[in-house]
Design a protein around this ligand. Structure first.
Ligand SMILES: [Zn+2]
Ligand SMILES: [Zn+2]
Length: 185
């Protein structure tokens, strides 16, 4: 493998990560629109239940099967992250093992209270990654910070920290999940 090939392979992977997190962003944002027929909204409510951040979710064997606390939580992850990863893997099979492997390992070992809901993560790292206080802000104000893993798409679609506009707009047509009252830790 020469330098150009490595560079092209790496750039392709980075573009895939951007595409993947972009699709996840769109699905997550769609999940915040209330509506009788919006299955995504029903599934995602479990993630925004006031108790979600309070109960301990210690590691279980079924996490290796990408099965989490409840059917709703599991389907929420599958539809928002696993499905886009599978679609992109079909489009770019050369990167499928890394793409799917990254998603699998991240979801089992790094998400939840390690990165996503870790309140001690703040500052510079949360400018780039939707971890810690950045994502917890989404639980406090579910009309912003829809980005998963990366903050990039919140910046592009102006749903990041400095966006009052999207907060107002989204609040008009979206469901309002009950903000979490307490956080673990
Ligand atoms: Zn969360
Ligand atoms: Zn949400």
């Amino acid at each position: 493998m020469n330098g150009i090939t490595v560079l092209r392979w790496t750039l392709t992977f980075l573009l895939l990560i951007l595409a993947w997190t972009g699709m996840a962003y769109g699905i997550h944002r769609l999940a915040h629109h209330s509506g009788r027929w919006n299955l995504l909204n029903r599934l995602h409510r479990a993630h925004h239940h006031p108790d979600y951040l309070n109960h301990q979710r210690s590691f279980r064997w079924h996490h290796f099967l990408l099965c989490f606390g409840s059917l709703e939580e599991t389907l929420d992850v599958w539809i928002t992250l696993t499905l886009p990863a599978l679609l992109l893997s079909c489009l770019v099979p050369s990167h499928a093992p890394l793409m799917l492997g990254f998603h699998y390992l991240y979801e089992i070992f790094l998400s939840d209270d390690r990165l996503d809901h870790n309140p001690s993560l703040r500052g510079g790292v949360t400018r780039w990654f939707a971890w810690g206080q950045y994502h917890l802000e989404h639980h406090r104000q579910p009309t912003k910070h829809f980005g998963l893993i990366l903050t990039f798409w919140d910046v592009i679609f102006m749903s990041g920290p400095a966006s009052n506009a999207v907060t107002t707009t989204a609040a008009q047509g979206s469901c309002r999940f009950t903000p979490a009252a307490h956080h673990r830790r």
